[in-house]
Design a binder for this molecule. Sequence first.
Ligand code: SF4
Length: 251
Amino acid sequence: MLREFKILRRHGIQYIPDLRNAKVSDNLTGRPVIDKAITAEEADMVKKVCPAGAINASPFSIDMGKCLFCKECSFMLPNRIRFTNDYKLASNRRENLIIRAGEDKPVQFSHHSVRPEIRRLFRHALKLRQVSAGGDNSCEMELNAAGNVNFDMGRYGIEFVASPRHADGIVITGPVSENMAKALKMTYDAIPEPKIIILAGVDAIRGGMFKNSKAINREFLALHRADLYVPGNPVHPLTFINGVLDLIGVK
Ligand code: SF4
């Protein structure tokens, strides 16, 4: 018994007590901040190094729905572009993922545009089916971590389930490959109303590096509006959990 106590003491606290205000390392690559004094020449130069087409030069902005968080832009212009460790990046409006020069404020979440039935039905329990639609297993591993002993999103009743019949919504990762397009639709069809759609990671939001590939088929996403966009490459568990809590209306 004494031995077990010693082990527990050595391990310390295994979970994050407050997921809404968790302290994270300064090294976490989160929301970018752009100096409003960035010049047109600098903007053109840095736009060329962005591998994802996430930078708009005029007016200067970074689209987190496309950004790979590779930090190449920041390495090139460290005095103009920096990445904070703000992990609350998710929003229910696609346009809120665009960070403009001179802005340094949290990503906005449009609470009034959440479908009322989502908050009425799922505030205390939300079951999700995850579909990796051509994903590379990075976002999938982070989503898995969201349920582990550290992050423990299950404390809010949020869980992944093994069947779409038991799910309230779908979490899509990956750019949606042609091979997964039918399976994605079948999974979505099997979920009862009101079906939530969450796009996790830059590949799901915009296709990522694969957006021009002939091997992807994003017809499903053209037909259905997402309820939540979670940027990241991959998505951080805290980004995902905080986004879902905003969606279901948990303070
Ligand atoms: S961090 Fe984002 S915006 Fe900057 S170069 Fe990489 S993909 Fe482009």
